[in-house]
Ligand binder design. Structure first.
Ligand SMILES: *Cc1c(COP(=O)(O)O)cnc(C)c1O
Length: 361
């Protein structure tokens, strides 16, 4: 018998030409080399597919969170160098050294360990992390001179770059400007091949005379952390689902768990095949959240359940079973959804679960 496979209920369309457009903007806007940040499965867009799409772009690095992500890229033969963004655990360093993934160093002890593991090989290029205010890793500015001198004395390492990170580039201008100042006066730029501090917000809203690389994540995926730049970007992911059922329910009927919503009029209710099991947050319940059907915004009714949501399509008489639904995308930004859910776009994107089929366009 011929095998039969139904289309997905909920899927994420990933627009790879939008990804490249956004990269182009990151390059033009910064005038610098771009480390594409691909951590957390390329922000939920699919680690391998996004890496493949960008591997021929001539980027200096792909930034990933962990050796597991680095290993997945190595396994498919990605040629772009891999940069481990956070500190490495001691038991991860042997693998990182073996593959010559770039480790970011925060302490003399880390450097000593990596130096020992790389005994007998060509010096391993590493980057130094400077903590200018993030509080997550790195040397404090007043520890840098001594730390750097120590690392430079180690025979199996070579210091290739220096980086820092911005905790509030999208929230606090004065602090961020002060951070840039601290960074720019902490070392002699001629000693480093790569100098980098800017994430997406830093890239879009600030400039520096000494940096020569930027590390955008979110903006590559077409979402701006600062609303004023959103128009220049194209959202890469569109989360879609389909209407599974339409019924007219009478005024006074309850909708979904807890019966938080009681219909105030006779209502045409569309049931849609997506829920928090797909990463569509339950916290969107009762927040005036909307979805888009046939180009029109329709209101969510009642709580988001694991696999289904209900929306009001009374004012959309054409709506029928099987209609496509945009949960977020170019017409309804994930940042808007995030705000309604009381979180940030980064969390929604990385929270889209594996059962959601990714379709690459
Ligand atoms: C995640 C991350 C980035 C990218 O941040 P966006 O705000 O998504 O652009 C850059 N640098 C480091 C160190 C990061 O951890």
């Amino acid at each position: 018998m011929k095998s039969i496979q139904s289309p997905p209920r909920t899927w994420a369309e990933i627009n790879l030409s939008a990804l490249k457009q956004n990269l182009k903007l990151a390059r033009e806007r910064s005038g610098q080399r771009v480390m594409a940040v691909l951590k957390a499965g390329a922000y939920g867009h699919g680690l391998e597919q996004i890496a493949k799409a960008l591997d021929s772009e001539g980027l200096p690095f792909f930034g990933v969170a962990s050796v597991i992500e680095a290993r997945r890229l190595a396994a498919i033969g990605i040629q772009t160098r891999i940069y481990l963004l956070g500190p490495t655990f001691p038991d991860e360093r042997a693998e990182a050294v073996y593959h010559r993934w770039v480790i970011s160093i925060s302490t003399k002890e880390e450097a000593d360990h990596v130096n020992t593991l790389n005994q007998g090989n060509d010096p391993l290029p590493v980057h130094i992390t400077l903590d200018t205010g993030m509080g997550r890793g790195g040397f404090l500015p007043d520890q840098l001179t001594e730390g750097l001198a120590h690392i430079k004395s180690l025979p199996n390492l070579t210091v290739e770059g220096i980086g820092s990170h911005l905790p509030s580039a999208d929230e606090d201008k004065a602090f961020t400007l002060a951070q840039f100042k601290t960074f720019e006066s902490a070392f002699d730029p001629s000693e480093f091949q790569y100098i980098h501090i800017a994430n997406s917000a830093g890239l879009l809203d600030y400039s520096s005379k000494i940096t020569n690389m930027v590390r955008p994540g979110l903006m590559l995926y077409g979402i701006s952390p600062l609303l004023e730049y959103q128009d220049e970007l194209i959202p890469v992911m569109t989360l879609k689902s389909r209407v599974s059922l339409i019924r007219t329910l009478p005024k006074g009927h309850g909708i979904s768990y807890g019966r938080e919503t009681i219909l105030e009029r006779d209502t045409r209710v569309a049931t849609i095949g997506a829920g928090y099991g797909d990463g569509y947050p339950r916290s969107l319940s009762s927040k005036g959240t909307e979805v888009i059907i046939r180009g029109k915004r329709c209101k969510l009714l009642g709580r988001v359940t694991m696999d289904q949501i209900m929306v009001d399509v009374t004012d959309l008489p054409d709506c029928e079973t099987g209609d496509e639904v945009e949960l977020f995308g170019p017409e309804l930004l994930v940042s808007e959804i995030a705000q309604k859910a009381g979180t940030i776009a980064w969390e929604i994107l990385t929270g889209i679960t594996p059962r959601v089929t990714r379709i690459y366009l």
